[in-house]
Design a protein around this ligand. Sequence first.
Ligand code: IP8
Length: 244
Amino acid sequence: MTTVLKLGGSVITEKDSPETLDDDALSAVADDVAGADVSDLVVVHGGGSFGHHNAAAHGVTTENGSHETTAVADIHGAMKTLNESVLAHLRDRGVPAVPVHPLSAARRDAEGALTLFTEQVAAMLDEGFVPVLHGDLVVHDGEGVTVVSGDELVVDLADTLDADRVGLCSTVPGVLDEDGAVVARIESYEDVADALGGSDATDVTGGMAAKVRELLALSAPANVFDADGVGPFLAGESPGTRID
Ligand code: IP8
């Protein structure tokens, strides 16, 4: 059984202080991963206060690229620094965590479509490792390198690894309705269209509308929860909002 767990960058870093870890939050999440009994686990983390400001400084986005190696060194370097901290917290607790840097394992075509070479991730799982990927840069046809977000990697991994469960840990306890209450289950976009915006609305809700659409398109069920949901999710429960 393959599980993909995304740790939002805002959960594990101090979002407002550049390149600062939220050590307590990361330690708590690492404790939950170490205490879980999950056979094939892939972890993906976002950038939070790492990576994003470097990307902004170099004008690099998911669509606008750069051919400057200093941009690669700064942006990819910041994400590798965060990745090493995540790995160290997991290793210290006995989790067999190993790095996968998408810059060396993915590409975007000229239309922006992402291909992640997941053979490596699958081979790591077969050997009992916990691959830990992260939002990063990817080589992009005609653009040099562009940003790939952790969420995009999760969707790609879930499909290509034929994952059984997907969990997204963010700073909110789930998808919220108009009154701010967690929606327990979403089976179609219409269930939350009023709260997140109509089906053709632009995404003004912090990315949740786009996230829900992408998660609905997955064959695996996904849960969206906050840091308190990591332990229950890994124990097989359905914290926060279930999207399937
Ligand atoms: O926080 C961002 O990943 P995300 C990666 O998952 C970079 O969007 C390089 C800014």
